[in-house]
Design a protein around this ligand. Sequence first.
Ligand code: 2AM
Ligand code: CA
Length: 269
Amino acid sequence: MRNESLIETLMPKVIEIVQEVGDFIITERRNFDMKRVEEKSPRNLVSYVDKTAEEMLIDELSLLLPNSTFVSEEFHSIEILDELSWIIDPLDGTTNFVHNFPLYTVSIALAIEQELMLGIVYDPLHKEMFHAIREHGAYLNERQIHVSKTNSLNDSLWATGFPYQDFGKLKEYVDFFYHLIKVSHGVRRLGSAAADLAWTACGRVDGFYEYGLSPWDVAGGVIIVQEAGGKITNFTGGEEVLFSKEIIASNNLIHDEFLDNFEKIYFSI
Ligand code: 2AM
Ligand code: CA
C-alpha cells in the first residue's frame, strides 16, 4: 500500500526532527527566564520556546512532505483536516515547563485523508519516544508497548486534567472526580495530555479523561493508545475526539464500566 510505505519511510525522519526539537526545549529550559514568558491570561502561559519549537517543526516537516498542512496552536489553527495534515503540539505541558515541573512533551500526528496514520509523543527529559504507525503497533523507544490488563474500575489508576478555560461543566467534572477516587485506585494529574495518553498506552495508568482539549493536545497520543490496544472515545462513547474537546482513553477492558459510571454522574445534573 502506498501510504504504508510512505509512513514507514517517514517515521525515522520525523523521530529525528522531534528529537532535535526536544534537545532545543531542554537547552531552553536550562536558560529559561521567567521574564520572557508572555502571559496571555493568568492561566495561559505561552513561552517563546513554544513558538520557536513550532517554527522548527513546521519548517522541517514541510520539507519532508511539501504538500502537507498544519493544525497547531500558535500559527495555523484550523478546524479541518486536509489530505495530508500534521497536527502538532511543539510543547505540551507548557505550565509544567514554565514551573520546571519535569514532564512536558512534543506531540506530532500525521493524518492522511482525515485518518490518523502516525503518532509521536516525545518526553525529552526522560528520553522517552512513544511512536505508532496505524496497524503497526505502538512503541516506547525500541520496545513494543501495550495497555494494561486491569479489568475492573476498582483496581484501576486514572490520569486526568482539570479544565482551565471552559468551566461550564466544572461541577459535573468535580462530582465525577469525587466519585472516581472512591471507586478506583486513584487519579493522577500530570499536566501534559500527550503524556497522559502515552502513559495509558504503556500501562502506567489504566486510563485518562479530560475535557476542553484541542486536537493538537491529543492527536499524537490517540493513535499511540489505539495501536497499544486501548480504546478512545468522547464522553458519550462516540469515536470523534479530535475536535470534540472531550476524551476518554483506556485499556479497553474497563472502558464501558468507566463510561457507565461517568455518564450516570456527569450527565445527571
Ligand atoms: P499545553 O501545555 O500545550 O497548553 C493539561 O491538562 C493539558 O491541557 C495540557 O496538555 C495542556 O497543553 C492543555 N492546555 C491547553 N491550554 C491550557 C492552558 N491554558 N492552561 C493549562 N493547560 C492547557
Ligand atoms: Ca498542548
